[in-house]
Design a protein around this ligand. Sequence first.
Ligand SMILES: *Cc1c(COP(=O)(O)O)cnc(C)c1O
Length: 456
Amino acid sequence: MKNKTVRYYSTNYKAPEVSFREALLKGLAPDGGLYMLRDIPEIPVSELGALSGMKYPEVAARILSMFLGDEIGMQELLEICSDAYRFDVPLEAVNGRKYVMRLDQGPTASFKDFAALFMGRMMQYFLKIENQHITILTATSGDTGSAVANAFYDLDNITVIILFPVDEVTEMQRKQMTILKKNIHVFAVDGKFDDCQKLVKKAFTDPSLSVFRLSSANSINIGRLLPQSVYYFYAWSRLAETNDDKVVFSVPSGNFGNLTGGIIAREMGLPVKCFVISTNENNEVPVYFKTGKYRVTSPSVNCISSAMNVGHPSNLARIVALYGGKMDESGKILKSPDLKKMRADFFATSVTDSRTRETIADCYNGSGLLLEPHGAVAWQGLMDYLRLNPEMDTGRQLCVSLETAHPAKFREEIFKILNFMPALPDSLSNLLGKVEEFIYLENDYDKFCHYIRNST
Ligand SMILES: *Cc1c(COP(=O)(O)O)cnc(C)c1O
């Protein structure tokens, strides 16, 4: 794999191909498309088996090296992964060969940590080589801001400025951002999330700020996608009995970045039987698979699995491209992908809030399995798949359902269903009693500019 350049194309096909470094630091392609791997590297079957003897950071370095080619040395990549992934990835046995993979042990108790931690460290690595500095600007309604703040905390060459609407984030979300300090500057805006976003967008296009090299840690960045392939390999490497042991994964999906990571893993050679695409009531993709017609859900439906309330998943353009089609940013299909193949590779299902609540109750009362709303949508999606494909429900079939947030992040909802509060993990209980630091900001662009100039 060494001495190989890996190239990334734009899903709008109107921008030049770039290296990983350029794709990472640019975020969006200049033609408005998303960057995607031109050729998906294949992992030799002989090396698949070797993964079972590796720890998570080693699996991560091995898989991610295939996306980076000669842009970084193996030793440096291993150091980055060891620094990023200092927590467990539990695979909890439920019954027979059905497992729940808990991706909730990171610093903000959400699976978004896997992506943000790697992305921040790779940005720092490239910026140090070039002796450059960037400022990450992010508007948040809670979760993204905290994952980015924790992932970029104390990195050299990077300043982070986060704007949140003063009355619209929970106390826990606010603390996850404001107790950090150092290079993380947090502003409570006297306005709504949309006002925060407007301030940020204006700053990005303001020529008077161009010297500050502003960038975003947007979820569409390829640097946030690729680390999400790793845990699929990891799960298989711990649970598979032979190289032919194919696994069914159920993925709770909103913007479809998690699923896209899984598809890339399968294209690389991971033995996957099927991906169950589990959505909440925002069911535009299950409907598309059924009818062949894609219509965005607008406005999006407010479900208790709140991180999946997405009416038009931006990563769908990448999946459509992988199946030979073309979709623009608005969701218009300009060239149809191979729907027949997609229907064979995926099982898409939508889970209502009432079924989500029932699942949380049934799993806990039936087998002591504690799920939060996102993980419950995935588990129920897996049950739908097995009900409609009874030949798979033999007890021999390996199935892994993904849990993407810690149940303690949804304590009120779980209390309503199960009548007790899940215990806080250390990452969340450590927030209590820490001193917060943030600045109140009027919804005023000139004042915001003044702060950008002083923070960077
Ligand atoms: C972001 C998020 C999701 C959805 O992941 P996508 O990659 O956007 O599909 C699911 N669960 C939780 C807890 C999340 O934060």
